[in-house]
Design a protein around this ligand. Structure first.
Ligand code: ATP
Length: 293
């Protein structure tokens, strides 16, 4: 069972702290959603896991061995990110062959299948592909690499909806048939949440959430009703968002409601509705100056 352990990891660029003190473990067979606002530190974390750079402090280990400058673990990690192909004169077929050389788990049959699915033109220079097609090419490399750790950092850029659907279907299918550690960094929270087994939320370089998707979702509850009753009800709960309309108020609670309180809410005529991951993410990472709806 492959296991990635990130312990007390920090990263500073000159004096700027991009990542503060991250500790988490990832396990084979799970798809992780990595969420965070712009500049939260997602790409920085992923580039450390992929050993593209060395952290300023802490350790990152794959199966107990440090990943940095470790050829064995580097072969097990694929990092799919938004590459600049403006100078890439090589054709799709040739570039795929070249990439394959460094990926010991690469499955050519699966790559051929994906090329067909994504309708990638094998004889076109990669620099001449549309943005969405370049992303499809990257995703093909990432999926067909079958690396024990496969990272997709906003790998959907430029893809249209049907193409993104193919990407999502393949993630689900692959994880079922060839389990690995998959990390999906994304801003398309509501579109991709069905893919996540676990969710990591990074905010200003710190990890503020790491939870099973189902557990996390069960903590978000919208409670709506008469303002006075709501104010009384929410005491003691963590409220991450409030909205008022006339005498009616709606509060978004983050934390498990007791059965007793659910009964109480019903009795008081208060409405309870589950929150979505996107809502929880938005309000948990709210910053001063963000507009309230
Ligand atoms: N090479 C660098 N030198 C200096 N600062 C950097 C460098 N790379 C990233 N940063 C800073 O580190 C912080 C985290 O950046 P990072 O790219 O990891 O964020 P992100 O969560 O991936 O953002 P986005 O969602 O916008 O892609 C940002 O404030 C960014 O400006």
């Amino acid at each position: 069972m492959d296991m990635l352990e990130v312990r007390n990891v920090g990263l500073t660029y000159n004096d700027f702290v991009a990542i503060d003190d991250l500790t988490f473990t990832l396990e084979q067979g799970k798809t992780y959603g990595l969420l965070g606002r712009n500049g939260a530190g997602k790409t920085s974390i992923l580039s450390l896991i992929a050993a593209f750079q060395l952290q300023t402090k802490g350790t990152i280990k794959l199966n107990k061995a440090s990943v940095f400058e470790n050829p064995e673990s580097m072969q097990k990690i694929s990092f799919v990110y938004d590459q600049d192909y403006s100078e890439e004169t090589e054709k799709v077929k040739k570039l795929l062959e070249a990439t394959k050389k460094y990926r010991p788990y690469f499955d050519q049959e699966y790559a051929d299948y994906l090329i067909k699915k994504f309708k990638l033109p094998l004889n076109k220079p990669v620099k001449n592909l549309s943005k969405g097609m370049q992303s499809a090419f990257n995703v093909t490399v990432g999926l067909a690499s079958r690396s024990p750790i496969t990272i997709f950092d906003e790998s959907y850029l430029g893809m249209d909806v049907p193409t993104r659907e193919i990407f999502y279907e393949e993630i689900l299918k692959e994880q079922g048939e060839n389990p690995r550690i998959i990390i999906l960094s994304t801003h398309l929270v509501s579109e991709m949440d069905h893919l996540f087994d676990e969710v990591l939320v990074v905010h200003k370089g710190s990890l503020i959430v790491k939870e099973q998707y189902e557990d996390l979702i069960s903590k978000g509850v919208h409670i709506t009703g008469n303002e006075n009753s709501i104010n009384k009800f929410i005491q003691g709960y963590k409220v991450i968002h409030e909205q008022k309309l006339g005498g009616t108020k709606s509060a978004l609670i983050y934390g498990s409601l007791t059965e007793q309180d659910r009964e109480l809410a019903k009795k008081d005529g208060l409405q309870l509705n589950p929150a979505t991951l996107q809502e929880l993410f938005t309000h948990l990472t709210k910053e001063k100056g963000d507009e309230d709806e």
